[in-house]
Design a protein around this ligand. Structure first.
Ligand code: GLN
Length: 169
């Protein structure tokens, strides 16, 4: 059985409702919608112009070179390969303090049915790992995270993605 849930986006708090109903979104759906609306090309052009992108969780999957899932048409703006839903059912959602390169204090990372990065291209900067696997990376103007930095009110990753000097990686 499939369930279709809608959020009528007339006034505020749309994403808050959507998050509770549709936790995290699915990269399979997101990639299809991006292609249908030709937003995929806009994102690729945006990155090619050197403009910043923060790709989180399902967004990271979509940004990747390869999601190891035929249903996800990736944008290939981040040279990583992905394992979706990598934490399994037991621990599919959790919060953990994460050491991030350049941050003095750990970042409160919320993982929701999160992917892990199982392969990184050369020259790509790994900003954080969880149990050995990369969960935050940067390549030029693109920062990708397996977790949801927008959920904790801690803006350091948004600052890094949008306001920090780009790395040379
Ligand atoms: N599990 C989702 C996917 O594979 C991602 C979940 C999320 O974005 N929180 O697309």
């Amino acid at each position: 059985m499939t369930l279709t849930a809608g959020v009528i986006a007339v006034q505020g708090d749309v994403s808050e409702h959507a998050r509770l109903l549709l936790p995290g979104g699915e990269s399979t759906t997101i990639s299809r919608l991006l292609a249908d609306e030709a937003i995929d090309e806009e994102i690729i052009a945006h990155v090619e112009a050197g403009k910043p992108v923060l790709a989180t969780c399902a967004g990271l999957i979509v940004a990747a070179r390869d999601a190891n899932d035929d249903r996800v048409e990736t944008l290939d703006v981040l040279d990583v390969t992905i394992e979706r839903n990598a934490f399994g059912r037991q621990r599919d959602s959790f919060e953990a303090p994460l050491s991030v390169a350049g941050f003095e204090k750990p970042f409160p990372a919320v993982f929701i049915r999160a992917p892990v990065i199982d392969g990184v291209g050369e020259g790509l900067e790994v900003l954080a790992r969880w149990e050995g696997d990369p969960v935050a990376v940067r390549q030029g103007p693109v920062v990708g995270t397996s977790f949801h930095p927008e959920l904790t009110g801690d803006a350091r990753l948004h600052d890094l993605a949008f306001f920090a000097e780009e790395s040379t990686a």
